[in-house]
Design a protein around this ligand. Structure first.
Ligand code: RUQ
Ligand code: CUA
Length: 646
C-alpha cells in the first residue's frame, strides 16, 4: 500500500507544484526544494527557512505516517510477503502469482497463451507442451493447488481453459506449465477442483455447454439430444480417468475431505438454449458424484465410449446409483466445501440463498437411509442478492460474494443450521461493501484443512471509478480484506488485468523451499532437447557446434554473460534451423534472452536452462541475434550473427 500511496503522494505534489493555490506559492517562496527531497521526512526537516505553514502542509508524507502506523498490507522494501496468491489470468490464458498482503504481481506463467517474454509458444520445449496446431489463446478461470490429505502439498497447480476445453498442469518447483490436455467430447471446460483425500489424485472438471454426441454435425437443432459430461483426470499422468454422462449442464465443482464425493452445480436443468429458457425453473440442482461407485462401474465395464474417444463414460443421469441430484434454488453457481470437512454450499446466483449440504447426510443418502434428496440439506440461509461464491475462515464462518449487492456477507454456519431447524438466531455477522460486483472470493489457505482466516480477497468484476481512467476498458479490482478479527476490514484495492475470476491463497511455507532458484541440469522440461544433443554428440554445457544434416542445421551454443558461445553461424536460405542455447551461468536471476532480429523469435533462458527454437531461414542476409535480458554492463554487446546465404 505504501508503494501506491507514495505514487499518489508524488502525484499530489506534482499537482500541487503546478497549481496556483497557496501551497504552490509557498513552495516557490521556500526556494522550491526538489521533489526527491520530499520523499524523506529527514530531508524535509532540513529545509531551512520554510514557513511553519509549509512544513505543516508537507511534513506529513505517507512514509512518515507509515513509520508510526503501518498500513496492514505494508510489506517493507526487502521484506517478503507472507502468502502466495495464484491468480487465473482470464482471457489472457495465463496464470499469475501475486504476493499477499502486498498484492504485488510477482510473475506471470504463460499457459494457453503465446508469450514473447519467455518464448512460450515459440520454443520447441513449450510447443511440446502446447501440442500440435495449438490455439493461440485460452480463457483461464480456476487455478487450484494439488493436495495431500486436505493440505496443500506444493506439487502442482491445475487450471482450466474454457475457450478450448483444455486443462493444464503447472509444476510448482519451476512455475512452468508441463502438461496440457484437451478434454474429449466437451465444449467449454469451466469448473475445476482437485481431489483432496487421499491426494490429488483426480482433477475434476465441469463441461458447461451441452452439445450433440459425437458432435459431428448430427442433431444440430435437436437440443433434447444434447448432453454434457463430468470429467475426472488423473493428476499424476494427466490422462482422463473417466467421464459421467449427466442431466442438465455443469458449472462449478468441488470435492469433499474424505475422498468419497465430488459435487457440481447445474444452472440449466431446463436443457434450454437461451437465457430465458435457462432461467425458467425455480429450482435447478447440485449433482453429487459417488467416486467409489463410479470406479467400480468402470472396472466392471458398465460404460460406453463416444466417437473416437476411448474414455469410459458412465451413465450418471437421474435414476443412476452413481449420482445424487439435490434440487436447489435457482441457477446455482459456485460450490464450496467447508474446511472442517462437514459441509458443502451451493450459491444461489438468481436466488438470495445459499444451500448448505452435509457430507454425512450424503453418506446416509447413498446408504439408503434418507427418503428425499433434499434431506441432505441442513441450512439455506438468505444472504442478499446474487450470491456467487463462498469461502471460509476455519472458525465456523463463511464469506459469500453478493454480485448484485456488491457486498461480502460474513455468516455463521452453525447459526444458519440452527435457524433452518426453526430456532430464532441471526446467522449474519456483517456485510461489507466492495467495489464492485464481486465474483469469486478466496481466503488464506481457505480450500484446505489449514484455513487460517487471515486474509480474504474479493475479485470484483467492475472497478468503475476506483482507478485513474485508462480508456473504455477498465481493470478489474481485486480487494484485500482483513478477516482476522470480528469485523472484516477493507485494506487495499489492486487493479488486475482482465479477468481473473478466481485465485487461491497459500502460506509461503507451502512453496518457499519447493521453488527452485535456478534450473537443475537434466530437468525433464528440456529432456527431449538434451536427447537430441546427445545424438549429435554435443555436450550442451560446453560445446558450441553447428551440425549440418541435409536441409537441417542444428546450432548448439552456450550463453554466459555477456557472450553467446558462437560469434556467428552460417546457413543456406530455406534451411530448417534449430538453435539450442544453454545458459551456463550459475548465478541466481541471471537470465539471458535469444532474439533473432526480423524473425519473430524471442525466448528466455534462465540460469542452467536449455531452450531451443526451430525456424526456416527464409530471409537471406545478415541477421543479428541478441540477448534480451539486461544481464551485464556489456549486455548490449551480447550479440552475434546468423549469415543466411542466398
Ligand atoms: S466462475 S464468478 Cu468461471 Cu468461477 Cu464464478
Ligand atoms: Cu545476456 Cu543480456
Amino acid at each position: 500500500m505504501t508503494e501506491r500511496t507514495n505514487d499518489q503522494n508524488t502525484c499530489d505534489q506534482e499537482l500541487m507544484e503546478k497549481s496556483a493555490g497557496p501551497s504552490a506559492d509557498a513552495v516557490t517562496v521556500a526556494e522550491k526544494p526538489s521533489r526527491r527531497k520530499f520523499l524523506g521526512a529527514s530531508a524535509l526537516a532540513g529545509i531551512a527557512g520554510a514557513s511553519t505553514a509549509l512544513v505543516g502542509e508537507l511534513a506529513a508524507p505517507p512514509r512518515a505516517e507509515a513509520a508510526t502506523s503501518m498500513p496492514e498490507d505494508y510489506v517493507a522494501p526487502g521484506k517478503l510477503d507472507e502468502y502466495y496468491g495464484i491468480w487465473s489470468g482470464g482471457q489472457s490464458g495465463q496464470v499469475r502469482i501475486l504476493g499477499i498482503p502486498s498484492m504485488r504481481e510477482l510473475i506471470r506463467i504463460p499457459v494457453f497463451n503465446v508469450d514473447f517474454g519467455i518464448g512460450w509458444g515459440i520454443t520447441n520445449e513449450s510447443k511440446r507442451v502446447l501440442g500440435k496446431d495449438f490455439p493461440l489463446g485460452g480463457d483461464t478461470h480456476h487455478p487450484h493447488f494439488s493436495q495431500t490429505d486436505g493440505h496443500y502439498d506444493g506439487r502442482y497447480i491445475f487450471i482450466n481453459d474454457k475457450a478450448n476445453s483444455r486443462v493444464a498442469r503447472i509444476r510448482c518447483d519451476v512455475m512452468r506449465t508441463d502438461k496440457i490436455i484437451t478434454i474429449p467430447n466437451t465444449q467449454a471446460i469451466h469448473g475445476l477442483r482437485v481431489q483432496r483425500v487421499p491426494r490429488t489424485g483426480y482433477v475434476f472438471c465441469c463441461n458447461e455447454f451441452r452439445v450433440p454426441h459425437p458432435n459431428d454435425g448430427r442433431d444440430l437443432n435437436d437440443p433434447k439430444k444434447y448432453f454434457t459430461l463430468y470429467t475426472a483426470i488423473d493428476g499424476d499422468t494427466m490422462n482422463i480417468a473417466w467421464q459421467v454422462h449427466v442431466d442438465g449442464n455443469l458449472d462449478n465443482t468441488d470435492a469433499d475431505y474424505e475422498g468419497k464425493y465430488s459435487a457440481a452445480t447445474c444452472y440449466n436443468s431446463e436443457g434450454a438454449i437461451n437465457a430465458a429458457g435457462m432461467m425458467r425453473n425455480e429450482r435447478d440442482w447440485v449433482v453429487v458424484f459417488n467416486i467409489k461407485r463410479i470406479e467400480q462401474a468402470v472396472k466392471r465395464g458398465h460404460y460406453k465410449t463416444i466417437g473416437d474417444s476411448k474414455v469410459p463414460v458412465v451413465d450418471g443421469r437421474h435414476g443412476s446409483d452413481l449420482t445424487l441430484y439435490v434440487p436447489v434454488p435457482k441457477s446455482p453457481h459456485g460450490i464450496n466445501a467447508s474446511p472442517d470437512g462437514k459441509y458443502v454450499t451451493a450459491n444461489g446466483k438468481l436466488s438470495p440463498t445459499v444451500t448448505v449440504m452435509s457430507w454425512a447426510k450424503i453418506d446416509d443418502w447413498f446408504a439408503g437411509k434418507l427418503k428425499k434428496p433434499r434431506d441432505v440439506v441442513v441450512a439455506e440461509p438468505q444472504l442478499g442478492i446474487g450470491p456467487l461464491h463462498t469461502t471460509y475462515d476455519g472458525r465456523g464462518n463463511a464469506y459469500t460474494t453478493l454480485f448484485i449487492d456488491s457486498q461480502i456477507v460474513k455468516w455463521n454456519i452453525d447459526d444458519a443450521i440452527k435457524h433452518y431447524q426453526g430456532q430464532k438466531v441471526n446467522y449474519i455477522r456483517q456485510k461489507l461493501d466492495v467495489a464492485y460486483q464481486p465474483g469469486h472470493n478466496n481466503s488464506s489457505m481457505g480450500e484446505s484443512r489449514d484455513a487460517d482466516g487471515k486474509w480474504l480477497v474479493s475479485l470484483n468484476k467492475f472497478s468503475k471509478d476506483r482507478f485513474l481512467p485508462v480508456g473504455p476498458l477498465h481493470p478489474d479490482n481485486d480487494q484485500l480484506i482483513d478477516i482476522s478479527g470480528e469485523k472484516m476490514k477493507l485494506v487495499a484495492d489492486a487493479s488486475v488485468w482482465c479477468e481473473p475470476h478466481d485465485c487461491t491463497i497459500v502460506h509461503r511455507r507451502v512453496l518457499f523451499n519447493k521453488v527452485k532458484r535456478i534450473w537443475k541440469r537434466g530437468d525433464p522440461f528440456f529432456a527431449e532437447t538434451a536427447a537430441m544433443a546427445k545424438k549429435d554428440g554435443v555436450t550442451l554445457e560446453k560445446d558450441n557446434k553447428v551440425i549440418r544434416d541435409g536441409n537441417k542445421v542444428r546450432v548448439y551454443m552456450t550463453s554466459t554473460a555477456p557472450t553467446f558461445g558462437l560469434e556467428e553461424f552460417t546457413v543456406k536460405k530455406d534451411n530448417e534451423v534449430t538453435v539450442t542455447v544453454t545458459n551456463i551461468d550459475t548465478i541466481e536471476d541471471l537470465s539471458h534472452g535469444f532474439c533473432m532480429a526480423n524473425y519473430g523469435i524471442n525466448f528466455e533462458i534462465s540460469p542452467q536452462e536449455t531452450a531451443s527454437v526451430t525456424f526456416v531461414a527464409d530471409k537471406p542476409g545478415v541477421h543479428w541475434f541478441y540477448c534480451t535480458f539486461f544481464c551485464h554492463a556489456l549486455h548490449l554487446e551480447m550479440r552475434s550473427r546468423m549469415l543466411v546465404e542466398a
